[in-house]
Ligand binder design. Structure first.
Ligand code: GLY
Length: 424
């Protein structure tokens, strides 16, 4: 199988490594990729948002499977263009990708499917903002109603901070989504979905705030771990039964059947799981940890999903133990990351060391330099979460990038048994 992966982040780097472990995958081409992915796959330039360009590249390289990593191409219908060219594509149609691209659509689907989620209101004009804020909070959840890579979200007990963020979004012409606050620890559950067939992967937890102890602004994700030792037995099955399967069935009913990776972001509250958001693709940085434990051939899983045969496969197999991703971010990330600094110590990893995945990197005169806010993902594995953390932190501490920062507490709450579900 010849695979073409679209994207350029650490998520795509993780997908490439897992695809290469599948003996049925004979070649992996990545477009556009990054400096780290170039060590494992041929890179080709492409405009990832152009369905025509991606389909043409897939035809040119004789791809048997196209895997689309990021949400923007999916929302723009790139998967439709690839399928129209007769090539299997892992990723939903534009109609199904609205589950991430349009929060109003997602809320409507969840209401019809009877799935618990936050109460929400859209605010379009500054004149309506104050009255709407009075109907929410504290705590206020203020989101950009479009795609904002996680950075358009402010969650705050401070009404004026909520107002400032809402006003700024409106000034930029972006409608604002206000939501009621969902409490309880968060879970990211990724499911392979092929129509009404739903196959969950390992549950993971992201760390969205920039600083230790969940301080500072929201980011695209500063680290993640899997599995979740505090999640009760049966919780994944409950989430599939009560959340993901009803949404998949509702999408089929609306003639927008989902094919690809449906990511349920959930808050595990006293009354059970409630949806914070749905995404239409693998999450970053959880994917880097989840795929580190995958033993089943990834190419086979993705190809079967893309060709309507997911129900024929056995459930995915997982390695014992745990995996932790820690993100190394550039100075001033997430606000205005400084780019172009030399990254040292990111190459040459020994067999018992954590894996270094590249996100925002490039080569300049032969030197590796930062080229994005999230620069690297370092993925440690071990017999348990503590061992996986140890491996990840040993490796990340040896990487030098001026002004860079990373959280030191990824997975620590779980190791210290500080994450508890409240009972109803
Ligand atoms: N983990 C957050 C995201 O992928 O959107």
């Amino acid at each position: 199988m010849r695979a073409l992966v679209i994207g350029s982040g650490a998520r795509e780097h993780a997908l490439v490594l897992a695809l290469r472990r599948d003996p049925a995958v004979t070649a992996v081409v990545v477009a556009p990729g990054n400096a780290g992915i170039a060590q494992h796959a041929e890179l080709r330039p492409v405009d990832p948002s152009s369905g025509e360009a991606v389909a043409a590249l897939a035809r040119e390289i004789d791809a048997d499977l196209v895997v689309i990593g990021p949400e923007v191409p999916l929302v723009l219908g790139v998967a439709d263009a690839v399928r129209a060219a007769g090539i299997a594509c892992f990723g939903p149609s534009a109609s199904a990708a609205r589950i991430e691209g349009s929060k109003a659509f997602a809320k409507d689907v969840m209401a019809a499917a009877g799935v618990r989620t936050a109460h929400s209101e859209i605010v379009d004009t500054p004149a309506d903002l104050d009255a709407a804020l009075d109907r929410f909070g504290p705590t206020w959840v203020v989101k950009d109603d479009g795609l904002a890579a996680g950075k358009g979200v402010v969650v705050t007990p401070d009404r004026s901070a909520a107002r400032d963020h809402g006003a700024e979004l409106l000034e930029q012409g972006h409608p604002v989504l206000l939501e009621s606050f969902l409490d309880g620890p968060e879970v990211s559950l990724f499911c392979l979905v092929d129509g009404e067939t739903v196959v969950p992967l390992l549950p993971a937890q992201d760390h969205k705030r920039v600083g230790d102890g969940d301080s500072g602004p929201n980011t695209g994700g500063m680290g993640a771990y899997t599995p979740l030792p505090w999640l009760p037995a049966g919780a994944v099955e409950e989430i599939v039964r009560d959340v993901v399967a009803p949404v998949a069935a509702e999408l089929v009913r609306r003639d927008a059947a989902f094919s690809g990776l449906l990511y349920a972001g959930l808050a595990m509250g006293a009354a059970g799981p409630a949806v914070v958001e749905f995404n239409c693709r693998f999450g970053d940085p959880e994917t880097q940890a989840v795929l580190a434990l995958l033993e089943s051939p990834l190419g086979e899983l993705l190809h079967a999903t893309a060709t309507g045969r997911l129900a024929e496969l056995p459930a995915p197999r997982w390695a014992d133990g745990a995996a932790v991703t820690v993100v190394l971010a550039a100075e001033n990330y997430p606000a205005h990351p400084r780019l172009g600094d030399v990254v040292a110590g990111a190459g040459e990893t020994g067999p018992d060391e954590a894996t270094v995945l590249h996100a925002g990197t490039a080569l300049r005169d032969g030197a590796l330099v930062s080229a994005g806010g999230r620069v690297l993902s370092v993925v440690g594995t071990g017999a348990d979460l503590a061992a996986a953390r140890e491996q990840a932190y040993a490796r990340i501490s040896s990487i030098k990038l001026p002004g860079s920062h990373y959280r030191t507490d990824i997975g620590l709450g779980a190791v210290q048994n500080r994450i508890a579900l409240s009972s109803s």
